[in-house]
Design a protein around this ligand. Structure first.
Ligand code: URA
Ligand code: SF4
Length: 217
């Protein structure tokens, strides 16, 4: 193949429409990077069309890849608990990921698929879907879950550890932004830090919810 194929991104697959159903349908056949090849399906965002709060994760995991829905595995369960603790109803928020296909490796001789972080190239290739979702949903507040989401929107130099829980604004965006640790990092982190990491996540979700002009109902 010629070299120019490496410049293909999700942008080449975006429809004119910003209707969520039209975007999700178009994303199903996206080949904006290599990740569609090994994954089961595109996992597009899910939630109300005009949700005032939009949450962005990294990429679907094993369970999400099978189900075709974001945040339905272990990280999703932890996020559900954190949202409940922050008085946020999952039904009222839009949940999505920066990268829409599951990236994984297999341990030798094992069927188990192990999550692999997306590269910056894959993030940049897939990000047009997220930008389109942001245009379509037009949330008041965006919560960035983890470094991949935060860097995708706030720049590659952004450090969660320095800025978590602060109320920020993305360049030229009409919404406020709060970055917080990813639920998977709470799950995978050291056991003695799990409670405080969970408390950070709940506090930051609470900060984000507190910015909503009309609450979440
Ligand atoms: N982790 C994510 O970042 N997103 C999901 O949808 C599931 C796990
Ligand atoms: Fe397209 Fe994103 Fe999937 Fe790559 S990861 S093929 S850019 S939807």
């Amino acid at each position: 193949m010629s070299a120019h194929t490496s410049h293909i991104t999700a942008q080449d697959f975006l429809p004119e429409s910003r209707d969520l159903a039209a975007l999700a349908a178009a994303a199903r056949t996206c080949r904006g990077c290599e990740l569609y090849r090994d994954a089961e399906q595109t996992v597009f965002g899910a939630g109300p069309r005009a949700a005032p709060m939009l949450l962005v994760g990294e990429q679907p995991g094993d369970r999400e890849d099978r189900a075709g829905q974001p945040f339905v595995g272990p990280a999703g369960r932890l996020l559900d608990k954190a949202m409940a603790a922050a008085d946020i109803d999952r039904e009222h928020v839009y949940l999505t990921n920066v990268v829409k296909h599951f990236k994984f490796t297999r341990a030798q001789g094992s069927a188990r698929r192990i999550h692999k972080a997306p590269s910056r190239t894959e993030v940049v290739a897939c990000r047009p879907w997220l930008f389109a979702e942001l245009e379509s949903v037009a949330p008041e507040v965006v919560v960035l879950l983890g470094a991949t989401a935060a860097k995708a929107l706030l720049g590659n130099d952004f450090r969660i550890t320095e800025h978590r829980g602060q109320v920020l604004r993305a360049p030229e965006a009409g919404f406020q932004v709060v970055a917080t640790p990813h639920p998977s990092s709470v799950l995978r982190g050291p056991a003695d830090r799990r409670e405080s990491a969970f408390a950070d996540l709940v506090a930051d979700l609470g900060t984000a919810a507190g910015l909503l002009s009309k609450g979440l109902r």
